[in-house]
Design a protein around this ligand. Structure first.
Ligand code: GDP
Length: 365
């Protein structure tokens, strides 16, 4: 293009001809390629060496909904299985605000003091709705999240509680194969997720607060029956007396419950996660528990029962998925649902019709 400024009358000034609009992407920059997925045996090798990057990738595959990823994940899990099991699996629950993350941070540092490794996993079935889990969130565990021997993973976000729980259980296998000899599984103490956590841990710790007035009420009763230890947090400052009172109440309430299957009598302790008071005492209790159940054979028995339970849970989950993911079944279900809502068909015959249709489609008849 001609530039008028290059005319003699503007001597001393030269305007170069312009360049074309440069591309947005620098052509000289090497394209970054995504790291190819390691083969299942490479993954297993990496996991057994304790390679955290490979462990994280394997966990991502476990959590993935893609059938290809699932196939690789299952192969990796199967190969890691013989190296798993050598850990203490501890479930930690409490209502939001009970102090789970503060406590896991200090409990975690306490167990890591003597060496070993710790994985913190979480089960939060609500995370699908909230698009991201607050449980197992690294920012909530400041000290632990920068510890080289801690692996923190938030709750898998997709799927039903059963699906989320299965993925967490599979992740436990991978973590143990990677040498994590302490596993914490965190969950919120408000719903059914405790039962799922209870079915995958050796020790179930319930974090309670003093002075909320509802210590012994409602849903917590069911959770209390599952607890191997109840710890009352925030026993500090002018809350100490109330915490002690709650401790006495919990102790007497526990007497009313049937004896636990393990023969262990659940203990009730006070502590403060924030001020780090009474932490060793909580862990002495947990140590005592493991000693007790290893001696009386309950440790092994419970793990076997859990493995059996998970086999059936997996079957149930896959059957359910297979049924509900079937497009023809979905269409028929929508129709039948409307009929039931309109009072044109009973719930039972509608269910039978859909199931009959499904079973026939399976056998191809
Ligand atoms: P979470 O929702 O169960 O994970 O609870 P957080 O660990 O986030 O704790 C909730 C609030 O309680 C935070 O503001 C903490 O600082 C506070 N907190 C946790 N532990 C203690 C404690 O031992 N004493 C006191 N006074 N406050 C605590």
């Amino acid at each position: 293009m001609e530039h008028i400024e290059n005319d003699d009358q503007f001597a001393g000034l030269t305007v170069n001809s312009g360049v074309e609009q440069p591309p947005v992407v620098n052509p000289y920059m090497k394209k970054r390629r995504r790291q190819p997925l390691p083969s299942p045996s490479e993954m297993v090798e990496g996991i057994l060496k304790g390679d955290v990057t490979i462990l994280s990738r394997a966990v991502t595959l476990v959590e993935s909904l893609s059938a290809d990823h699932q196939a690789i994940a299952q192969e990796v899990i199967e190969k890691c299985l013989p190296y798993s099991g050598n850990s203490r699996r501890i479930g930690i629950t409490g209502v939001p605000g009970a102090g789970k993350s503060t406590s896991i941070d200090v409990f975690g540092l306490h167990v890591l003091k003597d060496g070993g490794k710790l994985a913190v996993l979480a089960i939060d079935p609500s995370s699908e709705r909230t698009k991201g889990s607050i449980l197992g969130d690294k920012t909530r565990m400041e000290k632990l999240s920068i510890h080289p021997n801690a692996f923190i993973r938030p709750s898998p976000s997709a799927g039903s509680l059963g699906g989320v729980a299965r993925k967490t259980r599979e992740t436990i296998v991978l973590c143990e194969a990677a040498g994590y000899n302490n596993i914490f599984v965190e969950t919120v103490g408000v719903g059914q997720s405790e039962t799922a956590v209870h079915s995958m841990v050796d020790f179930f710790l319930l974090i309670q607060l003093a002075g909320t007035g509802d210590e012994l009420q409602g849903i917590k009763r069911g959770i209390m029956e599952m607890a191997d230890g109840i710890v009352i947090n925030k026993a500090d400052g002018d809350n100490i007396d109330r915490a002690r009172l709650a401790q006495a109440q919990f102790r007497s309430a526990l007497h009313l419950f049937p004896p636990t299957l393990s023969g262990w009598i659940p203990e009730v302790l006070c502590y403060s996660g924030y001020y780090e008071l009474g932490i060793p005492e909580v862990w002495e209790m947990i140590d005592r528990y493991f000693e007790f159940i290893k001696k009386n054979g309950y440790f092994e028995r419970k793990r076997q029962e859990q493995a059996q339970y998970w086999m059936y849970e997996t079957i149930n989950e896959q059957l359910r998925n297979n049924f509900y993911n079937n497009a023809d079944v979905s269409a028929l279900l929508a129709d039948k649902e409307q009929r039931v809502l309109d009072n044109r068909q009973s719930s039972f015959t509608a269910a039978r019709d859909v199931l009959d249709f499904y079973f026939k489609s399976l056998t191809g008849k």
